[in-house]
Design a protein around this ligand. Structure first.
Ligand SMILES: [Zn+2]
Length: 152
């Protein structure tokens, strides 16, 4: 079978997390990541990802998926380390059992309401590095999405 891949960056699906918050939407302000004590939250999230990918594979006649690429915002409630931890459990006995997981962390970017420039909020502790204003408007960092599936 020739290699088939989704074009890079194509958004398959974005969804809400267990609390019903739309993770793809812009956050209302700077929010610290929620560090949960156990990764059960991530397990549920990863199981939903596996089901989505399996359904996609079935629709497109794919029998093996080589790599799954997830994008997780730096302010997302989904913690990459926990996703990696629960991943083997979530893919066991599924089409994705041998699929490599790749996680890309997206920066927490904001646009300064004073000068309009874009900067990384975490790196700059919420202060605009250009004009030192404290009025950032969050534009990214809360994402959780499947970026790409590489089939073989
Ligand atoms: Zn500024």
């Amino acid at each position: 079978m020739p290699p088939a891949a989704l074009p890079g960056g194509q958004l398959l699906k974005s969804w809400t997390n267990g609390e019903g918050r739309n993770l793809a939407g812009p956050p209302e302000g700077i929010r610290q990541p929620l560090y949960e004590v156990n990764p059960l939250h991530e397990l549920g999230v990863v199981i939903r990802v596996v089901k989505t990918v399996e359904a996609f594979a079935q629709e497109n006649g794919l029998t093996k998926i080589e790599t799954l690429v997830l994008q997780i915002g730096a302010l997302s409630q989904v913690i990459p380390r926990y996703v990696e931890e629960v991943y083997p459990m979530a893919v066991k006995d599924t089409l994705l059992e041998d699929t490599r997981l790749k996680i890309e962390v997206l920066p927490a970017n904001a646009r300064c309401r004073t000068c309009g420039k874009v900067f990384d909020v975490l790196e700059n502790k919420g202060l605009c590095p250009f004009c030192h204003s404290e009025k950032p408007e969050m534009i990214s960092g809360n994402e959780f999405m499947i970026k790409e599936i590489v089939a073989c």
